[in-house]
Design a binder for this molecule. Structure first.
Ligand code: ADP
Ligand code: MG
Length: 388
Protein backbone atom coordinates (compact mmCIF):
# COMPACT_ATOMS: atom_id res chain seq x y z
CA UNK A 1 0.00 0.00 0.00
CA UNK A 2 2.60 2.56 1.06
CA UNK A 3 4.75 1.56 -1.93
CA UNK A 4 1.94 2.57 -4.31
CA UNK A 5 1.38 5.84 -2.45
CA UNK A 6 5.10 6.62 -2.55
CA UNK A 7 5.15 6.06 -6.31
CA UNK A 8 2.14 8.28 -6.92
CA UNK A 9 3.59 11.11 -4.86
CA UNK A 10 7.01 10.72 -6.50
CA UNK A 11 5.42 10.77 -9.97
CA UNK A 12 3.60 14.01 -9.22
CA UNK A 13 6.82 15.49 -7.85
CA UNK A 14 8.55 14.67 -11.14
CA UNK A 15 5.77 16.37 -13.13
CA UNK A 16 5.99 19.49 -10.98
CA UNK A 17 9.73 19.84 -10.69
CA UNK A 18 11.03 18.05 -13.78
CA UNK A 19 13.19 15.46 -12.00
CA UNK A 20 12.73 12.48 -9.71
CA UNK A 21 12.74 13.20 -5.96
CA UNK A 22 15.71 12.22 -3.83
CA UNK A 23 13.35 10.33 -1.54
CA UNK A 24 9.81 9.87 -0.21
CA UNK A 25 8.82 9.99 3.48
CA UNK A 26 5.61 9.49 5.50
CA UNK A 27 4.47 10.77 8.90
CA UNK A 28 1.12 9.89 10.51
CA UNK A 29 -1.64 11.82 12.19
CA UNK A 30 -2.49 10.69 15.70
CA UNK A 31 -5.35 10.16 18.04
CA UNK A 32 -4.94 10.62 21.77
CA UNK A 33 -6.22 7.65 23.77
CA UNK A 34 -6.16 9.54 27.08
CA UNK A 35 -4.36 12.54 28.61
CA UNK A 36 -6.09 15.65 27.24
CA UNK A 37 -4.75 19.19 27.73
CA UNK A 38 -2.08 17.73 30.02
CA UNK A 39 0.77 18.38 27.57
CA UNK A 40 1.12 22.06 28.44
CA UNK A 41 0.97 21.18 32.14
CA UNK A 42 4.10 18.98 32.03
CA UNK A 43 1.79 15.97 32.34
CA UNK A 44 1.17 12.59 30.73
CA UNK A 45 -0.35 11.81 27.34
CA UNK A 46 -0.97 8.57 25.50
CA UNK A 47 -1.41 8.99 21.75
CA UNK A 48 -1.12 6.40 19.03
CA UNK A 49 -0.44 6.88 15.33
CA UNK A 50 -3.17 6.62 12.71
CA UNK A 51 -2.79 4.72 9.44
CA UNK A 52 -3.44 8.10 7.78
CA UNK A 53 -0.22 9.85 6.78
CA UNK A 54 1.25 12.93 5.20
CA UNK A 55 3.59 11.79 2.44
CA UNK A 56 6.35 14.04 1.07
CA UNK A 57 8.55 13.62 -1.98
CA UNK A 58 11.60 15.81 -1.48
CA UNK A 59 14.85 16.79 -3.18
CA UNK A 60 17.57 18.91 -1.67
CA UNK A 61 18.72 22.16 -3.25
CA UNK A 62 21.88 24.13 -2.67
CA UNK A 63 20.74 27.59 -3.76
CA UNK A 64 18.74 28.90 -0.78
CA UNK A 65 15.37 28.31 -2.45
CA UNK A 66 12.41 26.41 -0.98
CA UNK A 67 9.67 25.24 -3.34
CA UNK A 68 6.44 23.86 -1.87
CA UNK A 69 3.41 22.17 -3.33
CA UNK A 70 0.47 20.29 -1.79
CA UNK A 71 -1.81 17.96 -3.69
CA UNK A 72 -4.57 18.85 -1.26
CA UNK A 73 -4.64 22.63 -1.63
CA UNK A 74 -5.61 24.62 -4.71
CA UNK A 75 -2.81 26.68 -6.18
CA UNK A 76 0.55 26.08 -7.76
CA UNK A 77 4.09 25.77 -6.49
CA UNK A 78 5.06 28.36 -3.86
CA UNK A 79 8.63 29.58 -4.11
CA UNK A 80 10.35 31.11 -1.08
CA UNK A 81 13.89 32.25 -0.31
CA UNK A 82 15.30 30.77 2.90
CA UNK A 83 16.77 34.12 3.89
CA UNK A 84 13.32 35.71 3.72
CA UNK A 85 11.62 33.24 6.10
CA UNK A 86 10.32 35.08 9.13
CA UNK A 87 7.93 34.04 11.92
CA UNK A 88 4.21 34.73 11.56
CA UNK A 89 4.69 36.24 8.09
CA UNK A 90 2.74 33.49 6.33
CA UNK A 91 -0.92 32.71 7.01
CA UNK A 92 -1.13 29.91 4.43
CA UNK A 93 -0.50 26.17 4.71
CA UNK A 94 3.05 26.80 3.49
CA UNK A 95 3.87 28.19 6.96
CA UNK A 96 4.05 24.62 8.33
CA UNK A 97 6.80 23.27 6.04
CA UNK A 98 8.53 26.66 5.80
CA UNK A 99 8.43 26.89 9.60
CA UNK A 100 10.26 23.59 9.86
CA UNK A 101 13.00 24.81 7.54
CA UNK A 102 13.19 28.04 9.54
CA UNK A 103 13.39 26.16 12.88
CA UNK A 104 16.12 23.84 11.59
CA UNK A 105 18.21 26.76 10.34
CA UNK A 106 17.60 28.71 13.58
CA UNK A 107 18.95 25.70 15.48
CA UNK A 108 22.12 25.87 13.39
CA UNK A 109 21.41 23.09 10.92
CA UNK A 110 22.77 23.71 7.44
CA UNK A 111 19.68 23.30 5.30
CA UNK A 112 20.35 24.93 1.93
CA UNK A 113 17.00 24.51 0.17
CA UNK A 114 14.51 21.92 -1.02
CA UNK A 115 11.79 21.04 -3.47
CA UNK A 116 8.82 19.49 -1.68
CA UNK A 117 5.58 17.94 -2.87
CA UNK A 118 3.12 16.82 -0.19
CA UNK A 119 -0.02 14.73 -0.15
CA UNK A 120 -1.89 13.80 3.00
CA UNK A 121 -4.71 11.46 4.02
CA UNK A 122 -4.90 12.92 7.53
CA UNK A 123 -8.20 14.81 7.78
CA UNK A 124 -7.37 18.49 8.24
CA UNK A 125 -8.73 20.38 11.24
CA UNK A 126 -10.36 17.25 12.73
CA UNK A 127 -8.17 17.17 15.83
CA UNK A 128 -6.11 14.36 14.32
CA UNK A 129 -2.97 16.44 13.86
CA UNK A 130 -2.68 16.94 10.16
CA UNK A 131 -0.42 19.88 10.98
CA UNK A 132 2.09 17.81 12.99
CA UNK A 133 2.11 15.14 10.27
CA UNK A 134 3.05 17.82 7.76
CA UNK A 135 5.81 19.22 9.97
CA UNK A 136 7.28 15.87 10.93
CA UNK A 137 7.35 14.48 7.41
CA UNK A 138 9.23 17.56 6.20
CA UNK A 139 11.61 17.51 9.16
CA UNK A 140 12.42 13.84 8.70
CA UNK A 141 13.03 14.28 4.98
CA UNK A 142 15.39 17.22 5.56
CA UNK A 143 17.07 15.34 8.40
CA UNK A 144 17.87 12.47 6.07
CA UNK A 145 18.80 14.55 3.03
CA UNK A 146 21.10 16.86 5.01
CA UNK A 147 22.34 14.18 7.45
CA UNK A 148 21.32 16.24 10.49
CA UNK A 149 21.34 13.35 12.97
CA UNK A 150 17.99 14.35 14.49
CA UNK A 151 15.70 11.63 15.77
CA UNK A 152 12.62 11.15 17.94
CA UNK A 153 11.91 13.90 20.42
CA UNK A 154 14.64 16.19 19.05
CA UNK A 155 12.90 16.23 15.72
CA UNK A 156 9.55 16.71 17.47
CA UNK A 157 10.86 19.70 19.47
CA UNK A 158 11.96 21.50 16.32
CA UNK A 159 8.57 20.86 14.72
CA UNK A 160 6.81 22.20 17.80
CA UNK A 161 8.99 25.32 17.62
CA UNK A 162 8.04 25.71 13.96
CA UNK A 163 4.35 25.62 14.89
CA UNK A 164 4.67 27.77 18.05
CA UNK A 165 6.92 30.48 16.68
CA UNK A 166 6.69 30.42 12.88
CA UNK A 167 3.02 29.48 12.43
CA UNK A 168 2.08 31.18 15.71
CA UNK A 169 0.00 28.38 17.24
CA UNK A 170 0.63 27.70 20.96
CA UNK A 171 0.50 23.88 20.76
CA UNK A 172 2.12 21.42 23.18
CA UNK A 173 4.65 18.73 22.32
CA UNK A 174 2.30 15.73 22.05
CA UNK A 175 1.33 15.82 18.39
CA UNK A 176 4.80 16.06 16.92
CA UNK A 177 6.22 13.45 19.29
CA UNK A 178 3.40 11.04 18.45
CA UNK A 179 3.93 11.47 14.73
CA UNK A 180 7.69 11.05 15.06
CA UNK A 181 7.89 8.28 17.66
CA UNK A 182 4.81 6.00 17.66
CA UNK A 183 5.11 2.33 16.79
CA UNK A 184 2.57 0.00 15.19
CA UNK A 185 0.48 -1.99 17.67
CA UNK A 186 1.38 0.36 20.51
CA UNK A 187 0.28 3.54 22.24
CA UNK A 188 2.98 5.97 23.32
CA UNK A 189 3.12 6.80 27.02
CA UNK A 190 4.83 10.17 27.01
CA UNK A 191 5.93 12.25 29.95
CA UNK A 192 5.80 15.75 28.48
CA UNK A 193 8.10 17.12 31.21
CA UNK A 194 11.25 15.21 30.33
CA UNK A 195 9.98 13.65 27.08
CA UNK A 196 10.73 10.16 28.38
CA UNK A 197 8.55 7.67 26.60
CA UNK A 198 7.46 4.08 26.69
CA UNK A 199 5.74 2.00 24.02
CA UNK A 200 2.67 0.34 25.56
CA UNK A 201 1.22 -2.70 23.73
CA UNK A 202 -2.21 -1.75 22.37
CA UNK A 203 -3.38 -4.46 20.03
CA UNK A 204 -7.15 -4.21 20.13
CA UNK A 205 -7.82 -6.59 17.26
CA UNK A 206 -6.19 -9.46 19.17
CA UNK A 207 -8.83 -8.99 21.86
CA UNK A 208 -11.79 -8.74 19.50
CA UNK A 209 -12.06 -4.99 19.96
CA UNK A 210 -11.99 -2.00 17.65
CA UNK A 211 -11.41 1.69 18.17
CA UNK A 212 -13.55 4.00 16.08
CA UNK A 213 -12.75 7.63 15.40
CA UNK A 214 -15.81 9.79 14.86
CA UNK A 215 -14.88 13.05 13.15
CA UNK A 216 -17.80 15.38 13.85
CA UNK A 217 -16.67 17.61 10.96
CA UNK A 218 -17.37 20.67 13.06
CA UNK A 219 -14.94 23.18 14.47
CA UNK A 220 -16.56 25.82 16.61
CA UNK A 221 -15.05 29.18 15.84
CA UNK A 222 -14.27 30.17 19.44
CA UNK A 223 -11.94 27.18 19.93
CA UNK A 224 -8.63 29.03 19.66
CA UNK A 225 -9.53 31.72 22.16
CA UNK A 226 -10.87 29.11 24.56
CA UNK A 227 -7.65 27.09 24.28
CA UNK A 228 -5.68 30.17 25.29
CA UNK A 229 -8.01 30.75 28.25
CA UNK A 230 -7.59 27.17 29.48
CA UNK A 231 -3.83 27.44 29.21
CA UNK A 232 -3.76 30.73 31.09
CA UNK A 233 -6.11 29.29 33.74
CA UNK A 234 -3.83 26.28 34.27
CA UNK A 235 -0.82 28.59 34.63
CA UNK A 236 -2.73 30.66 37.16
CA UNK A 237 -3.60 27.49 39.09
CA UNK A 238 0.05 26.42 39.20
CA UNK A 239 1.10 29.90 40.36
CA UNK A 240 -1.55 30.01 43.10
CA UNK A 241 -0.47 26.57 44.31
CA UNK A 242 3.23 27.49 44.16
CA UNK A 243 4.23 24.72 41.74
CA UNK A 244 6.06 24.87 38.41
CA UNK A 245 3.24 23.11 36.60
CA UNK A 246 0.00 21.35 37.55
CA UNK A 247 1.87 18.09 36.96
CA UNK A 248 3.44 18.73 40.37
CA UNK A 249 0.14 18.49 42.24
CA UNK A 250 -0.04 14.85 43.43
CA UNK A 251 -3.37 13.13 42.94
CA UNK A 252 -3.43 12.22 46.63
CA UNK A 253 -3.17 15.92 47.54
CA UNK A 254 -5.91 17.06 45.17
CA UNK A 255 -8.53 17.84 47.82
CA UNK A 256 -6.08 19.89 49.85
CA UNK A 257 -4.96 21.75 46.72
CA UNK A 258 -8.55 22.51 45.72
CA UNK A 259 -9.37 23.90 49.14
CA UNK A 260 -6.32 26.15 48.96
CA UNK A 261 -7.76 27.66 45.77
CA UNK A 262 -10.67 28.99 47.82
CA UNK A 263 -13.28 30.76 45.71
CA UNK A 264 -11.31 30.57 42.43
CA UNK A 265 -14.01 28.27 41.04
CA UNK A 266 -12.87 28.43 37.41
CA UNK A 267 -9.27 27.61 38.32
CA UNK A 268 -10.39 24.82 40.68
CA UNK A 269 -12.18 23.06 37.84
CA UNK A 270 -9.18 23.29 35.54
CA UNK A 271 -6.84 22.00 38.24
CA UNK A 272 -9.18 19.11 39.04
CA UNK A 273 -9.27 18.05 35.39
CA UNK A 274 -5.51 18.12 34.91
CA UNK A 275 -4.69 16.29 38.14
CA UNK A 276 -7.33 13.58 37.63
CA UNK A 277 -6.47 13.25 33.95
CA UNK A 278 -2.82 12.51 34.73
CA UNK A 279 -4.00 9.84 37.16
CA UNK A 280 -6.26 8.37 34.46
CA UNK A 281 -3.34 8.08 32.07
CA UNK A 282 -1.35 6.23 34.72
CA UNK A 283 -4.27 3.88 35.35
CA UNK A 284 -4.66 3.11 31.64
CA UNK A 285 -0.92 2.44 31.34
CA UNK A 286 -0.90 0.03 34.25
CA UNK A 287 -4.01 -1.77 32.98
CA UNK A 288 -2.56 -2.23 29.49
CA UNK A 289 0.84 -3.24 30.86
CA UNK A 290 -0.68 -5.79 33.21
CA UNK A 291 -2.04 -7.66 30.18
CA UNK A 292 -5.51 -7.71 31.77
CA UNK A 293 -8.64 -7.34 29.71
CA UNK A 294 -8.36 -4.11 27.69
CA UNK A 295 -12.08 -3.55 28.19
CA UNK A 296 -11.21 -2.25 31.66
CA UNK A 297 -9.99 1.02 30.13
CA UNK A 298 -13.51 1.78 28.85
CA UNK A 299 -14.84 3.37 32.06
CA UNK A 300 -11.65 5.43 32.40
CA UNK A 301 -12.25 6.93 28.96
CA UNK A 302 -15.80 7.79 30.01
CA UNK A 303 -14.56 9.43 33.22
CA UNK A 304 -12.12 11.43 31.10
CA UNK A 305 -14.94 12.68 28.88
CA UNK A 306 -17.03 13.75 31.87
CA UNK A 307 -14.06 15.68 33.23
CA UNK A 308 -13.46 17.46 29.90
CA UNK A 309 -17.16 18.25 29.59
CA UNK A 310 -17.94 19.34 33.15
CA UNK A 311 -14.64 20.61 34.60
CA UNK A 312 -12.52 21.67 31.63
CA UNK A 313 -15.65 22.58 29.65
CA UNK A 314 -14.31 22.08 26.16
CA UNK A 315 -16.83 19.59 24.81
CA UNK A 316 -19.74 20.55 22.57
CA UNK A 317 -23.15 19.10 21.68
CA UNK A 318 -21.75 17.07 18.77
CA UNK A 319 -19.02 15.41 20.87
CA UNK A 320 -21.40 14.72 23.74
CA UNK A 321 -23.87 13.16 21.32
CA UNK A 322 -21.22 10.77 19.97
CA UNK A 323 -20.27 9.67 23.48
CA UNK A 324 -23.83 9.36 24.81
CA UNK A 325 -25.13 7.53 21.75
CA UNK A 326 -22.19 5.14 21.56
CA UNK A 327 -22.44 4.23 25.24
CA UNK A 328 -26.22 3.78 25.01
CA UNK A 329 -25.63 1.44 22.04
CA UNK A 330 -23.21 -0.80 23.90
CA UNK A 331 -19.78 0.78 23.40
CA UNK A 332 -17.16 -0.23 25.96
CA UNK A 333 -15.92 3.34 26.33
CA UNK A 334 -15.95 6.70 24.54
CA UNK A 335 -14.62 10.21 24.93
CA UNK A 336 -13.85 13.35 23.01
CA UNK A 337 -10.22 13.57 21.90
CA UNK A 338 -8.03 16.50 20.89
CA UNK A 339 -8.44 20.16 21.69
CA UNK A 340 -12.24 20.21 21.95
CA UNK A 341 -15.13 22.37 20.63
CA UNK A 342 -15.51 19.99 17.71
CA UNK A 343 -13.02 17.69 16.07
CA UNK A 344 -13.17 14.00 16.90
CA UNK A 345 -14.28 11.49 19.51
CA UNK A 346 -13.02 7.95 20.02
CA UNK A 347 -15.24 4.96 20.70
CA UNK A 348 -14.00 1.61 21.99
CA UNK A 349 -16.26 -1.19 20.78
CA UNK A 350 -16.55 -4.97 20.56
CA UNK A 351 -15.86 -6.00 16.98
CA UNK A 352 -19.39 -7.38 16.31
CA UNK A 353 -20.90 -4.03 17.41
CA UNK A 354 -19.00 -1.81 14.97
CA UNK A 355 -21.78 -1.49 12.40
CA UNK A 356 -24.64 -1.03 14.87
CA UNK A 357 -22.79 1.67 16.83
CA UNK A 358 -21.69 3.47 13.67
CA UNK A 359 -25.29 3.47 12.48
CA UNK A 360 -26.65 4.65 15.83
CA UNK A 361 -24.24 7.60 15.93
CA UNK A 362 -24.90 8.54 12.31
CA UNK A 363 -28.66 8.41 12.86
CA UNK A 364 -28.46 10.44 16.06
CA UNK A 365 -26.56 13.15 14.14
CA UNK A 366 -29.19 13.17 11.41
CA UNK A 367 -31.99 13.46 13.98
CA UNK A 368 -30.20 16.34 15.71
CA UNK A 369 -29.70 18.11 12.37
CA UNK A 370 -25.88 17.94 12.68
CA UNK A 371 -23.46 17.47 9.78
CA UNK A 372 -22.99 13.77 8.95
CA UNK A 373 -19.95 12.53 10.90
CA UNK A 374 -17.07 10.61 9.34
CA UNK A 375 -16.50 7.32 11.15
CA UNK A 376 -13.40 5.20 10.61
CA UNK A 377 -11.44 2.54 12.41
CA UNK A 378 -8.11 3.54 13.93
CA UNK A 379 -5.49 0.82 14.00
CA UNK A 380 -2.40 1.81 16.04
CA UNK A 381 0.13 2.35 13.25
CA UNK A 382 3.78 3.19 12.62
CA UNK A 383 5.39 6.58 13.24
CA UNK A 384 7.34 8.66 10.72
CA UNK A 385 9.52 6.74 8.30
CA UNK A 386 11.26 6.83 4.94
CA UNK A 387 9.26 5.03 2.24
CA UNK A 388 11.62 5.30 -0.70
P1 ADP B 1 -5.19 19.59 12.81
O1 ADP B 1 -3.72 19.53 13.08
O2 ADP B 1 -6.01 19.18 13.98
O3 ADP B 1 -5.60 18.85 11.58
P2 ADP B 1 -4.58 22.37 12.45
O4 ADP B 1 -5.44 23.58 12.37
O5 ADP B 1 -3.54 22.31 13.50
O6 ADP B 1 -5.57 21.12 12.55
O7 ADP B 1 -3.84 22.15 11.07
C1 ADP B 1 -4.58 22.21 9.87
C2 ADP B 1 -3.82 23.03 8.86
O8 ADP B 1 -2.66 22.30 8.41
C3 ADP B 1 -4.60 23.32 7.59
O9 ADP B 1 -5.38 24.47 7.73
C4 ADP B 1 -3.48 23.52 6.57
O10 ADP B 1 -2.93 24.81 6.67
C5 ADP B 1 -2.44 22.54 7.05
N1 ADP B 1 -2.58 21.26 6.33
C6 ADP B 1 -3.04 20.09 6.81
N2 ADP B 1 -3.00 19.12 5.85
C7 ADP B 1 -2.52 19.72 4.74
C8 ADP B 1 -2.25 19.27 3.41
N3 ADP B 1 -2.49 18.01 3.04
N4 ADP B 1 -1.75 20.16 2.54
C9 ADP B 1 -1.51 21.45 2.91
N5 ADP B 1 -1.76 21.92 4.12
C10 ADP B 1 -2.25 21.09 5.04
MG1 MG C 1 -2.70 20.68 14.51
Amino acid sequence: MSEAVAETVAARFSELYGAEPHGVWAAPGRVNLIGEHTDYNDGFVMPFALPHTAVAAVSRREDGVLRLHSADVAGGVAELRLDDLSPESDKNWTAYPAGVVWALREAGHAVTGADIHLSSTVPSGAGLSSSAALEVVVALALNDLFSLGLRGWKLARLCQRAENVYVGAPVGIMDQTASACCEAGHALFLDTRDLSQKQIPFDLAAEGMRLLVVDTQVKHSHSEGEYGKRRAGCEKGAALLGVNALRDVPYDDLDAALSRLGDEEEVRRLVRHIVTENERVERVVSLLESGDDTRAIGPILVEGHASLRDDFRISCPELDLVVDTALASGAVGARMTGGGFGGSAIVLVEEPDVDAITKAVTEAFATAGFTTPRVFEAVPSAGARRLH
